[in-house]
Ligand binder design. Structure first.
Ligand code: B12
Length: 231
C-alpha cells in the first residue's frame, strides 16, 4: 500500500509544531533486515526525523520547565515523547538514535538525503553544514512514497583548508578516526573550558551552515552530556 495522499504534509506539520523536520526516507529493499514496525512485522519504509539548527530548542525548554530537574537524558526523553505522539497518529513505530542496540541512523541518513560524512564523522549537509541532527525515525509497514532526493553536493570535497582538522587541542579528529578517550579527557580537564562552554572547537571551525550553528548554550548542553558519559 502506498501512503495516502497528503500524509507526508500532515506528518511534516505535526513535527513542525515542535521545531522538528522530516529528513527524508526510503523503502527497505526486500533482502534487507529491516527493524520491525507496529505489528512486529519488518518495516517496509522509514522516515527520518531531525532538526536543522536549534529550531526544537525552545519547544524542548518549555517542556522541561514541567519536568523534574533530575530527569535523565531530557532531550532524548522529549524527542521520544513528541515523535512517539506523531508515530501513534500515523500508525508508525517510533525509534530513537539512542535506542540500544544502536540503529544505523547515519547510514539511513546517507541513503535518505544523499549526505556524506565530514572529516569529523558528523554528516555534512549542503545547507545546514554540521548543525543538524537526528531525533528519531518513523517505521512504517507500508511503502511510503517520498519525493526523489538527488545526491547532495558534498561541501567537504571542495574545502581545501579543512579548518575542522586544525583547532582541536588534542587533535581528536584525524584521518585515523575519532580519538574518543583523548577528546573526553580534554573536555573534562582543566584546559577543556572552551569546549565545555562553547562546544567542539573543530566543529565550530567549519565555514559552512553558519546560520544554523547552535548557540553556545546548546553546545554546552550537548558537551555536558558527552562529558558525563561512561568512559
Ligand atoms: C555512540 C555514538 C557516539 C559515540 C561514538 C563512540 C565511538 N567511538 O564510536 C560518542 C559518545 C563519542 C559520540 C559523540 C558525538 N556524537 Co554521536 N552518536 C553515537 C550514536 C548514539 C551511535 C553510533 C553507532 O554506533 N551507530 C550504530 C551504527 C551501526 O550506525 P551507523 O550509521 O553505521 O554509524 C555511523 C556512526 O557510528 C559513525 N561514527 C563512528 N564514530 C563516530 C564518532 C562521531 C563523533 C560521530 C559523530 C560519528 C561516528 O560512523 C558510522 C558509519 O556511518 C549515534 C546515533 C546512531 N544511532 O547512530 C550518534 C550520532 C552519530 N552522534 C552524533 C553527534 C552529533 C555526536 C557529537 C558530535 C555531538 C554530541 N552528540 O555530543 C559527539 C562528538 C563529541 C564531541 N566532542 O563533540 C550525531 C551525528 C549527527 C550528524 N549530523 O551526522 C548522531 C547521529 C546522533 C544524533 N542524534 O543525530 N557519539
Amino acid at each position: 500500500m502506498i501512503a495516502r495522499r497528503g500524509m507526508i504534509e500532515e506528518i511534516t506539520a505535526a513535527l513542525g509544531a515542535n521545531g522538528l523536520i522530516l529528513r527524508g526516507g526510503f523503502v527497505f529493499p526486500d533482502d534487507e533486515d529491516a527493524p520491525h514496525g507496529t505489528s512486529g512485522a519488518p518495516a517496509r519504509s522509514v522516515l527520518l526525523v531531525g532538526q536543522a539548527g536549534a529550531a526544537p530548542w525552545p519547544h524542548f525548554l518549555r517542556w522541561r520547565e514541567n519536568q523534574p530537574r533530575t530527569i535523565a537524558d531530557p532531550l532524548d526523553n522529549w524527542s521520544r515523547q513528541v515523535i512517539g505522539a506523531v508515530a501513534n497518529e500515523f500508525q508508525a513505530r517510533a525509534v530513537s538514535p539512542s535506542d540500544k542496540p544502536y540503529l544505523p541512523f547515519q547510514q539511513w541518513a546517507m541513503r535518505a538525503e544523499g549526505l556524506k560524512p565530514s572529516p569529523l564523522g558528523i554528516l555534512m549537509h549542503p545547507q545546514y553544514g554540521l548543525w543538524h541532527a537526528y531525533r528519531g525515525a518513523l517505521l512504517f509497514e507500508d511503502e511510503i512514497a517520498l519525493p526523489e532526493q538527488g545526491k547532495a553536493i558534498h561541501l567537504c570535497d571542495t574545502c581545501v583548508e579543512k579548518p575542522c582538522l586544525r583547532y582541536c587541542p588534542v587533535d581528536a579528529y584525524s584521518t585515523e578516526g575519532f580519538a574518543y578517550q583523548s577528546c573526553l579527557a580534554h573536555v573534562r580537564g582543566a584546559k577543556g573550558e572552551p569546549c565545555r562552554s562553547g562546544g567542539c572547537l573543530d566543529r565550530n571551525a567549519c565555514p559552512y551552515g553558519i546560520a544554523y550553528r547552535y548557540p553556545a548554550e546548546i553546545q554546552a548542553f550537548h558537551m555536558a552530556s558527552f562529558a558525563s558519559a561512561a568512559d
